[in-house]
Design a protein around this ligand. Structure first.
Ligand code: HEC
Ligand code: HEC
Ligand code: HEC
Ligand code: HEC
Ligand code: HEC
Ligand code: HEC
Ligand code: HEC
Ligand code: HEC
Ligand code: HEC
Ligand code: HEC
Length: 329
């Protein structure tokens, strides 16, 4: 940082003056002051107020902000250092006065030693980012629990991990350990593979239930699984109600992200005992057996209930007989 050099120079000068003052003060010839150039901005408009002291030598990553969207100086909406950090006049004054001791930094909004509370830090960002996806920010669980914009976003370095498909989860998992465990289960959405991100389903700035991108779980799922929306000739009630009744969207130990393996999944709602014992039109080879005792029903053979009820999300059979509407085709 130029600051140290400057202070040191100043201290030496003062030292010399002090010595000189003790002996031959009158003879001291002031060195000709070098022609003073107005300090130039390095990366952001008006940054000279800060970059006279804070430059590459200070923290290598600091000035990389010039290479991010925040550094597009041609865009009149982009910030100066002070748009985020505040005027910082007290900070600069204390820095100038601090000499060799660490200066106090009482009015700098961001930084490790800043005492500015999270909600005020967030307001600083929101002065420019209130719209779009953040329109519902104030009712969002992150906002309510005082999670900072900067718990997720890194603005100086240019490596905003949370916005990278392959690295986003690292940030989320620092606080959401349960979801990490779920995503590591055998059946999962391809998030660990980097083909999807948490934000394929969540808007972490929004005020939808569970911060979903859409107003409900089903609407969120339909953005990619449209075929499950129907309309079907025969709907299966829990499917229309909430995909999450049977599926855990992050990951499970059962295939197809199922919370429980059929038939257990199904018999939570349908008593296996009440299954019609001699249903018509059972596939060949099964007609002679009593379904109640049928191993196929209880899932010890093949896919259990799904051996026969293959269209579990809704059937489109237009046949008018009793079995057609049982999600059998
Ligand atoms: C978009 C808002 C924003 C702008 C513009 C901005 N900063 Fe920062 N600055 C931050 C945040 C947030 C942090 C906290 C660390 C982080 O998230 O990168 C920070 C941290 C710092 C730090 C402390 C670094 C550390 O490691 O403790 C310094 C010094 C700093 N900024 C100086 C500047 C200077 C100089 C400028 C202008 C060139 C500037 N900042 C522009 C938001 C901003
Ligand atoms: C006269 C020199 C000087 C000027 C001008 C100056 N700073 Fe600093 N700043 C310092 C020094 C010295 C430190 C302390 C470094 C340390 O503690 O390691 C510091 C620290 C900081 C920190 C880190 C605080 C923390 O919590 O770690 C931030 C952020 C910061 N300055 C922002 C700014 C901004 C923004 C401006 C312009 C508005 C600015 N500074 C102007 C000298 C200056
Ligand atoms: C003075 C206004 C201003 C402030 C304050 C500000 N930003 Fe920005 N920010 C912008 C503008 C302008 C853009 C570029 C928008 C665009 O390209 O659509 C931007 C872009 C971004 C982006 C997207 C970057 C990209 O690569 O696409 C993120 C993330 C962001 N800002 C986060 C923050 C955070 C976090 C803070 C607070 C620490 C903050 N901003 C403070 C004006 C601001
Ligand atoms: C929980 C982590 C998290 C928090 C907290 C967070 N963000 Fe984000 N932000 C993201 C992720 C992930 C993305 C990229 C995916 C997306 O756009 O939904 C993003 C995208 C953005 C973008 C660029 C895309 C756009 O919508 O224009 C801006 C700007 C932004 N965030 C600003 C903010 C501000 C301001 C805050 C605080 C009020 C904030 N973020 C809080 C994670 C977070
Ligand atoms: C700094 C910690 C932190 C980080 C990082 C973080 N979160 Fe959160 N998140 C929280 C807290 C705290 C809550 C509120 C939990 C509660 O109320 O039980 C929350 C809640 C949530 C919720 C539930 C919302 C609701 O309404 O119940 C979702 C979804 C979520 N976070 C997603 C994410 C995603 C995705 C990321 C990464 C992009 C992320 N979070 C990063 C702390 C964090
Ligand atoms: C395929 C879509 C999808 C993806 C991808 C996804 N989620 Fe979720 N997440 C959901 C749904 C749907 C819910 C609501 C479940 C419910 O209603 O209980 C949810 C709920 C949550 C909750 C709240 C849990 C609770 O019990 O309240 C958190 C936290 C969360 N997700 C974090 C994450 C994180 C972190 C990631 C990335 C690792 C992620 N999610 C990826 C769909 C998804
Ligand atoms: C952003 C797109 C997207 C969204 C939104 C989405 N999914 Fe997926 N889903 C996928 C992808 C991609 C796969 C993997 C397909 C593959 O591997 O062939 C998948 C696979 C699945 C699978 C099969 C998993 C397996 O083990 O083969 C189920 C079940 C599933 N999703 C349910 C849901 C539910 C429930 C929701 C809503 C909470 C949802 N999905 C939201 C993209 C999405
Ligand atoms: C009544 C329980 C139940 C509900 C509710 C449910 N599913 Fe399923 N889902 C299943 C079963 C069982 C399978 C496995 C089907 C198989 O093996 O043939 C499955 C498989 C899937 C698959 C992967 C195989 C395929 O058919 O593409 C996707 C994707 C899927 N479900 C999405 C959804 C969506 C989206 C919703 C909400 C609209 C939903 N499910 C609601 C039980 C359910
Ligand atoms: C959360 C409760 C719930 C779960 C879990 C559930 N169902 Fe259903 N199912 C219903 C409801 C409610 C109906 C419609 C009311 C009725 O006719 O009993 C229905 C209807 C049916 C029907 C058609 C009945 C008819 O009269 O047309 C079949 C077949 C069926 N379910 C099979 C299954 C299978 C197989 C599974 C497991 C993969 C399953 N269900 C899981 C609640 C559930
Ligand atoms: C061997 C094929 C087969 C298997 C396996 C099977 N079912 Fe069925 N199921 C049928 C047929 C055929 C019907 C239509 C019976 C009728 O209309 O009389 C039916 C009817 C139903 C009905 C409607 C009952 C009613 O009273 O209206 C439900 C609910 C049902 N099955 C659930 C299940 C569940 C849950 C399982 C797994 C535990 C299962 N089925 C396994 C063939 C099967």
């Amino acid at each position: 940082m130029k600051f140290l050099r400057r202070t040191l120079g100043l201290a030496m000068l003062v030292g010399c003056l002090g010595l000189a003052g003790a002996s031959t003060a009158a003879d001291v010839v002031q060195p000709a002051a070098p022609a003073k150039e107005a300090p130039k901005d390095l990366v952001l408009k008006g940054d000279a107020k800060c970059t006279t002291c804070h430059d590459e030598a200070d923290a290598p990553e600091l000035l990389r902000i010039g290479k991010t969207k925040h550094g597009t100086v041609a865009d009149g909406r982009t910030p100066s250092c002070t748009s985020c950090h505040g005027d910082s006049d007290k900070h600069i004054k204390s820095a100038n006065a601090g000499g060799k001791d660490k200066p106090t930094v009482p009015d700098v909004t961001f930084g490790k030693k800043s005492t500015t509370e999270v909600s005020l830090r967030n307001e600083t960002c929101l002065t420019c980012h209130q719209g779009g996806k953040r329109i519902g920010w104030h009712n969002n669980a992150h906002a309510v629990r005082d999670v900072a914009c900067t718990s997720c976003h890194t603005v100086h370095s240019g490596h905003d991990k949370v916005r990278s498909a392959t690295m986003q989860t690292e940030t989320c998992y620092t606080c959401h350990k349960e979801q990490r465990a779920q995503m590591n289960r055998q059946s999962h959405h391809p998030v660990p593979e980097g083909k999807m991100t948490c934000t394929s389903c969540h808007n972490v700035h929004g005020d939808n239930p569970k911060q979903l991108t859409k107003s409900s779980t089903n609407e969120t799922c339909f953005t990619c699984h449209m075929e499950k929306r129907g309309p079907f000739v025969h709907n299966h009630e829990p499917v229309s109600e909430d995909c999450g009744i049977c599926h855990q969207p992050h990951g499970t130990t059962v295939n197809n992200l199922l919370k429980t393996r059929p038939p257990m999944l199904c018999v939570q709602c349908h008593g296996a005992d009440s299954h019609p014992s001699q249903p018509p039109a059972i596939p060949v080879g099964q007609a002679t057996q009593t379904l109640n005792n049928n191993a196929r029903i209880m899932g010890t053979v093949g896919r259990g209930c799904l051996n026969c009820h293959t269209n579990i999300h809704g059937g489109n059979s237009t046949q008018s007989n009793a079995t057609a509407e049982r999600f059998r085709r």
